[in-house]
Ligand binder design. Sequence first.
Ligand code: MN
Length: 450
Amino acid sequence: MDDLRIALQRLASAGALQRVTTSLHWQYELAAVLWKLQHGPTVLFENVDGYDTPVVGNLLNTRDKLAIALDIGPDEVQPRVVHALNNPIEPTVVDEAPWLDVQHPGEIDLTDILPIPVISERDAGRYISAGVLICKDPETGRRNMAICRMQVQGPGQIGVYLAPTHSRGFLQTHRARGTKMDVAVAIGLHPGLLVASQLLTPLDETHVAGGIFQQPVPLARARTVDVEVPTGAEIVLEGVIDPAEEETEGPFGEFPGTYAPQRKNPVIRLTAVSTRERPIFQMIVGGRHPEHLVTGAIAREAGLFNAIRSVVPGVRRVLLTEGGTCRFHAVVSIAKRFPGEGRLTIVTAFANQDLIKHVVVVDDDIDLDNPTDVEWAVATRTRGHEDLVVLPGMKSNPVDPMSVDRTITKVGIDATLPVDAPAEARQRVGVPAHVMEDITHRWGDITGNN
Ligand code: MN
């Protein structure tokens, strides 16, 4: 089964892995290098001051990294994740896992063994930023995976922020029952598992991960809690959250590019720590770093594609743009067949994800990866009085800095041509294609560079 190490081998073969052997400090310096290479290669830091454990970053800072890690083409990423959502595969539970090789007690000071970094200037301390929290619904036993920010607060103690989704709901059920929640944190996973953890789905994300890998994900039972963890994990923390206990957590640099404020948040009391021999620690730079944005975007895009396809079968691709923090702005291309499909796409996007605030819908001849092409569609294929969808007072999310009473005005631009537009409306100005091919072929002669 593919794990982080296989993913790193594939990235290295593709020329997308940079090894750094220079000595660097865990406070800010690792993050600084990852900022410098924000759209660049995956980085393996092999010499972190005071530690033997290497650190990997920029594992999933571009969508192409997932393609390389899964050994598929870049155009296959979105269809693969969409297919996985609709065709999940149940995991298998096995008894052995490499992460059971080195066993520590829960009270160990994690900073003695792991190069946990300080990432952004005003972060409250050392944060585990790529840890996947695994827990179960106490009513149904349904498993959940989610990346949560985790602050090391002392030996055996981790502060954790649970976004208002499944894990937090499970904790509320425990509160009502007067019970504590078992959790495990997996660090150092294949990017396919990280993407699965980000899906906005009522399904067990380990099942969708099976769909992404097209084979069951093997899980191993944790040592001290009732949770199963992917066998491929490099590091596994086990512990218990008491719904009655909260500690001060934050600030931490989050995806809108601003700091999440200091708040009272849940605490994980660790019961066991396990690792592979010489494990690899993974970090994700918080804030508007592309890895923080793209890791969440791939899953959200697939979910949005699925929702739109149920009403607009001609949807071609969905992209959450980096400028929109891969959360607030969606651009969607469709092969429009009927009038009104552009507007239907817009309201479906708003209904699918509360964070989506602005949507641009374009025809399928527009290249979503080229912001100038998208802007060209807005410039030449819209009439403001009929192509703008403005919906005030929509439920939003408090992370939107402009939300008022948790509501916001959502705006969509339908930049698709009318269905009955003449064929010339799609014709791009340029020289004949065969001439361009011929000139390209003779390019060395023409420029004297052969
Ligand atoms: Mn979930």
